[in-house]
Design a protein. Structure first.
Length: 370
C-alpha cells in the first residue's frame, strides 16, 4: 500500500475538537494496517490570520495542492469580525476552492432511523432517506459579470447579477453526478429553470446530451428547480442524485440538510476535475456546519459530520468504499444505541461529550471490523 497524503486543516472554534476525533480514528486505522495515511496539519481561517495575517498562507495552499485529499474543520468566529474583508476567515476556504478548482460540491442528506424524530417532516417520509445533492460550485450567478449596483441618479439604483454557464462547466458537473449515481441508486435528477432562463435551457440540453452519449445506463429525470424544491419536502425518497447549478444548489442543499435534523450530522465533499493521467481528483472534505463559537472549547460539539466527511474521503478519494461503509454503519449503530451529543439529544435527556461520541464510533468500528 502506498502512503496517502492527508492534509488536516482543523480551523477555528469547534474545528480542532471535531478533527481530533478523526485523528484518533486515523491513528487506529493506521495502527491496524488498514490505511497508510501520512497526515500533516495546517492553519486556515482565523487561526491563520492570528499567526500570519492572512486567511491561508501560500505554503499551506501548496501543501493542499500536493495532498491526496484535504480535511477541513470549520473557519470563522466573532473574534475575527473586525479583520479586513480580504483576509477574513472565509477567504481561506474560498481560496482553497478557487486555487484547487473544486467545482463540484457533494452534500449527502441521510436520515438515520434513530434520528427521524429530529426532522421537521413525518417519520415515514424521512426515515431511511439517502440522497446526494451535487451543486456546481465555481460558476453561475455568484461569479458572473457584470455584477454591480449602479446609481441611476434619480434616487433609484439598479443591481445586476449575471447567471452565466458555459458548456464545459455543465458537462463536467453532469459527469460527476452520473458517475456518482452509478455507485449508488443509478438515478440522476437534473434541476434548472428552462421555462424562464436561457442558462436553464443550455443546462437541460447539455445534461441530456452527456447522458445520451456517455451514461445511457443511468436513469435521468429533469425537474424545474421550484417544483423540485417542493418534491424535496413532499417525497424526498424519490431522489437518488440531484444535480443543479450554484444558486439552486445552495438553496436546495440547505432544504435537504434540514430534512435530516441536525447540522452536526452533515458531511460534504468538494471535488475538482479528474487528472488526465491518474484519474484522481483534487478534493476537500468538510462538515456542513460552521465553527459554532457558542459551544467551542466546551467539548459539546458533535463530531459525526466530521467523521462522516472522513468516510466520504475514503470513498471518493481513496477508493475505500468498504471502510467508508463500516464507519457509516458504526455511526448508525451508535445512534441506535441512544448515544447522543447535546445537539441531537431530546430535551431533558443525557448527552455525551465530543470525545465520548468519537470514542463510541471508534469502538463500534473496531467491533464491526472484528
Ligand atoms: P454554525 O454552523 O457554526 O452554528 C449554528 C448552530 O449549530 C450553533 O448553535 C451551533 O452550536 C450548532 N452547531 C453547529 N455545528 C455543531 C456541531 N458539530 N455540534 C453541535 N452543535 C453544532 O453556524 P453560525 O453560528 O452561523 O456560524 C458560526 C461561524 O462559523 C461564523 O463565523 C460563520 O461565518 C462560520 N461558518 C463557517 C463555515 C465553514 O467553515 N464552512 C460554515 C458556516 C459558518
Amino acid at each position: 500500500m502506498t502512503p496517502q497524503k492527508l492534509l488536516l486543516l482543523p480551523g477555528d472554534g469547534i474545528g480542532p475538537e471535531v478533527m481530533g476525533e478523526v485523528q484518533r480514528l486515523i491513528d487506529w486505522l493506521n495502527a491496524q494496517g488498514l490505511t497508510q495515511f501520512e497526515t500533516e496539519t495546517g492553519l486556515v481561517g482565523g487561526c491563520a490570520y492570528d499567526a500570519d495575517k492572512v486567511a491561508i498562507t501560500d505554503a499551506t495552499v501548496a501543501k493542499a495542492k500536493a495532498a491526496d485529499a484535504i480535511l477541513l474543520g470549520a473557519v470563522g468566529g466573532p473574534k475575527w469580525d473586525p479583520v479586513p474583508f480580504d483576509v477574513r476567515p472565509e477567504a481561506g476556504l474560498l481560496r482553497l476552492r478557487k486555487d484547487l478548482e473544486l467545482f463540484a460540491n457533494l452534500r449527502p442528506a441521510i436520515c438515520y432511523p434513530a434520528l427521524a424524530e429530529a426532522s421537521s417532516l413525518k417519520r415515514e417520509i424521512i426515515e431511511g432517506l439517502d440522497i446526494v445533492i451535487v451543486r456546481e460550485l465555481t460558476g453561475g450567478v455568484y461569479f458572473g459579470e457584470p455584477k454591480e449596483i449602479t446609481d441611476l441618479g434619480n434616487g433609484q439604483k439598479r443591481a445586476v447579477d449575471t447567471q452565466v454557464y458555459e458548456t464545459y462547466e455543465i458537462e463536467r458537473i453532469a459527469r460527476v453526478a452520473f458517475e456518482l449515481a452509478r455507485k449508488r441508486g443509478n438515478k440522476v435528477t437534473s434541476m434548472e429553470k428552462r421555462n424562464v432562463m436561457k442558462s436553464g435551457v443550455l443546462w437541460n440540453e447539455v445534461v441530456t446530451r452527456v447522458h445520451a452519449n456517455e451514461y445511457k445506463d443511468v436513469k435521468l429525470e429533469h425537474q424545474l428547480a421550484d417544483s423540485g424544491g417542493m418534491q424535496l419536502v413532499r417525497n424526498p425518497k424519490q431522489f437518488d442524485v440531484i444535480v443543479t447549478d450554484n444558486l439552486f444548489g445552495d438553496v436546495l442543499s440547505d432544504i435537504a440538510a434540514m430534512l435530516t435534523g441536525s447540522l452536526g450530522m452533515l458531511p460534504s465533499a468538494s471535488l475538482g476535475a479528474a487528472d488526465a493521467k491518474t484519474g484522481k481528483r483534487k478534493a476537500l472534505y468538510e462538515p456542513v456546519h460552521g465553527s459554532a463559537p457558542d459551544i467551542a472549547g466546551k467539548g459539546l460539539a458533535n463530531p459525526v459530520a466530521m467523521l462522516a466527511s472522513f468516510a466520504m474521503a475514503l470513498r471518493y478519494s481513496f477508493d475505500m468504499g468498504k471502510l467508508a461503509d463500516t464507519i457509516e454503519k458504526a455511526i448508525a449503530n451508535v445512534l441506535d444505541k441512544g448515544v447522543r451529543t447535546g445537539d441531537i439529544a431530546p430535551a431533558g435527556t443525557k448527552s455525551v461529550s465530543t470525545s465520548q461520541m468519537g470514542e463510541a464510533v471508534l469502538k463500534e468500528v473496531q467491533a464491526l471490523h472484528g
